[in-house]
Design a protein around this ligand. Structure first.
Ligand SMILES: O=P(O)(O)OC[C@H]1O[C@@H](O)[C@H](O)[C@@H](O)[C@@H]1O
Length: 242
């Protein structure tokens, strides 16, 4: 079974020596029982939890850098979901990492979905040895396998689901890249934790930092934010501030 928002850290994909998408998504995180409060400007009736990840001795063997990762997951009264990742270098030396919120969207029919906000951007195509192309179309639509890293994207992206008359809006900060992935029919059949037909009802649109890894000096902290909201499709894209 697949879904949710796995955290890809300290490596996105297979560009590096670590396991695919890094180790963070396969770890048990600890709940911080006494998290710092939300800033008053952000309070707005939100409920939140802070999850912490620190490297184990085993992690240090394959990635020898000491860090603290604080993930705040906040849910607002209007249903908006925010994820705030803070990575701090508590090491004596600088380190670099890549990162992604590997967000699985449930859609009515992927052939009827389009993404707005990525048109005209350059992307690396994972299906062509990461060769660089430039997006030509108006909006991104789907009729075959897609596995791309769109570069230097705007901070607002919309996933429009016509059949469901719903638009999911991604607002991001600190995350210049966007990965778009759907395995389509042939690849789905090779994935043991994925039904043969499940590609029709999903689409991954991941806010990420991949092309230019993040480097932190000792004591430095990086923040990457993602906010997801769902609005009726009639509201869409003219009202969005791309
Ligand atoms: O099977 P995994 O490790 O969860 O990865 C799924 C996909 O995740 C995407 O983000 C990658 O771009 C794809 O290349 C990859 O196949």
């Amino acid at each position: 079974m697949r879904g949710g928002i796995p955290i890809c850290f300290p490596q996105f994909g297979n560009c590096g020596s670590l396991e695919q998408h890094g180790f963070a998504r396969n770890k048990i995180w600890v709940i911080d029982d006494d998290p710092p409060p939300l800033p008053p400007s952000d309070y707005n009736g939100k409920v939140y939890v802070d999850l912490l990840l620190k490297p184990t001795e085993e992690d240090m063997k394959c990635w020898p850098h000491c860090f603290e990762f604080r993930l705040r997951v906040a849910l607002a009264m209007d249903g908006n979901l925010s994820m705030i990742s803070r990575v701090r270098n508590i090491n004596g030396k600088p380190f670099s990492f890549s990162f992604g919120y590997h967000t699985y969207f449930s859609v009515s029919d992927v052939s009827e979905v389009r993404i707005e906000g990525l048109e005209t951007l350059d992307y690396l195509d994972n299906l062509h040895q990461r060769e660089r192309f430039t997006e030509q179309g108006d909006a991104i639509t789907f009729e075959s396998e897609v596995d791309r890293v769109y570069l230097s994207s705007p901070n607002v992206i919309a996933v429009l689901d016509h059949e469901r008359k719903r638009t999911c809006v991604l607002r991001k900060e600190g995350l210049p890249d966007v990965v778009v992935w759907n395995p389509w029919e042939k690849k789905s059949k090779t994935m043991i934790d994925f039904g043969d037909e499940e590609y029709k009802q999903m689409l991954c649109v991941d806010a990420a930092a991949i092309e230019k890894p993040i480097t932190l000096k000792p004591g430095e902290e990086w923040t990457g934010r993602l906010e997801l909201s769902a609005v009726p499709s009639s509201y869409c894209s003219d009202h969005l501030d791309f």
